[in-house]
Ligand binder design. Structure first.
Ligand SMILES: Cc1ncc(COP(=O)(O)O)c(C=O)c1O
Length: 382
């Protein structure tokens, strides 16, 4: 298998062999726990790769917009499982067309929409907020005081809106089975009366099951134990990141090298804000192939660089990294693990050209799936 990406345009490169490895592991988790596992499009929606998902037995998605819902319906061939913070009366028939299960974020939405569309031809869930999430970054914490997500136990008083017979929570981000165990114990304690009545529990996303340190045996025992206590409840999980974790990279190139106030910056043909937005939002410093990530205090020694994006945003840089040898114009810089929450979040901010989408096939060849041009840029804004 060739290791060097042979083209000069920046590209997100998906590794088929690594993707299949994740899919097979997730399938084993599904079989061992008995919980249905959906792929959350918000993390990964590269539909040209869906045939691989289908071959490995995944054809249902968690969707959060009508575009995602339609994509699941058209390209996975099955109705999706929807959660949206709010549905409009006008759009709701389309949600029903594309989705088998719809989760409401509030009792008022459930009551209003099910009164308007009274037929009981779909499964309806309510998102709950147990008031606890282990996520420390506020931007990603759905259980902060005053969070707009989910209904707290005290507002439900053991009853659900008419027509709703399932629950949903989403409280993890890159989470582990011990955090899930804690959440389930809070749900059992605070939603005890309701658990007796519901048929479904969707445990949201954030289950980092493909991470090497994830304790899969513990997850299996937690979920089997829950199912023994509540055998009438069908369990679902909807991770996104776990599907694409470690399955591809973003190839970029050095376009210029500048040095000011002792700080050397390599300016690249990709942008953190446009192509790797989570690096700035979280923030976190991604791994760069062949380079050592250093603490943020800058060192002016040879071979140490900030990496700068090609947008005009002043904060579009990260670093620093120590490279094996000083960088030159034209050198390749490869950001590792750049498939989840990258392509889905990219914009064409600043008119920056979009990286190609490429599949590095198991046979070692590269398939160009999509090249973006000016028309794509223009049409996204029209
Ligand atoms: C409701 C819901 N489900 C699933 C996910 C997917 O989470 P992850 O990609 O961390 O597994 C998210 C992420 O924000 C979410 O909000």
């Amino acid at each position: 298998m060739s290791n060097q990406y042979p083209y000069s345009h920046p590209a997100y490169v998906a590794e088929e062999a690594l993707l299949r490895k994740n899919l097979r592991l997730i399938k084993r988790v599904e079989e061992a726990t008995g919980a249905k596992i959906l792929v959350a499009f918000k993390a990964f929606a590269q539909w040209r790769l869906f045939p691989i998902f289908k071959e490995e037995g995944f054809d249902e998605a968690a969707v959060s917009s009508l575009f995602e819902a339609r994509l699941a319906y058209e390209e996975l061939g099955k109705q999706g499982h929807a959660f949206s913070p709010a549905y409009t009366v006008e759009d709701f028939p389309y949600w029903k067309q594309y989705c088998s299960t719809i989760t409401f974020n509030s009792c008022s939405q459930a009551t209003q929409l099910l009164a308007h569309y009274p037929d009981s031809d779909r499964h309806y869930n309510l998102r709950i907020n147990p008031g606890y999430s282990p996520v420390e970054t506020a931007l990603y914490n759905p259980a902060m005081p005053g969070s707009r997500f989910g209904v707290p136990a005290k507002e439900l008083q053991d009853s659900l809106p008419q027509g709703v017979d399932g629950l949903h929570f989403h409280l993890l981000c890159e989470g582990n089975s011990f955090q899930l165990e804690k959440i389930l114990s809070i749900v059992e304690r605070d939603f005890e009366g309701i658990l007796k009545k519901v048929k479904r529990l969707n445990m949201g996303g954030g289950h980092f099951v493909t991470h090497p340190e994830y304790n899969l045996d513990h997850l299996v025992s937690v979920l089997r134990c829950f199912s023994q206590k509540y055998p009438w409840i069908e369990l679902t999980m909807e991770p996104g990141s776990a599907f694409a974790l470690g399955t591809g990279y973003l190839v970029s190139h050095v376009v210029d090298l500048v040095k000011h106030d002792g700080i050397a910056t390599a300016i690249l043909d990709v942008s953190f804000t446009c192509h790797m937005p989570d690096c700035l939002e979280m923030p976190y410093q991604p791994a760069v192939r062949g380079a050592e990530s250093l603490p943020l205090s800058f060192s002016s020694e040879k071979g140490v660089y900030r990496l700068g994006g090609n947008s005009c945003l002043s904060g579009d840089y990260l670093g620093c990294w120590r490279f094996e040898k000083p960088l030159s114009i034209g050198d390749e810089v490869i950001f590792e693990d750049m498939l989840h929450y990258t392509m889905v979040k990219t914009t064409m901010f600043n008119g920056i050209a979009h990286p190609d989408l490429v599949l590095h096939k198991e046979d070692g060849s590269y398939q160009l799936l999509r090249h973006y041009d000016y028309d794509d840029y223009k049409q996204r804004m029209s």
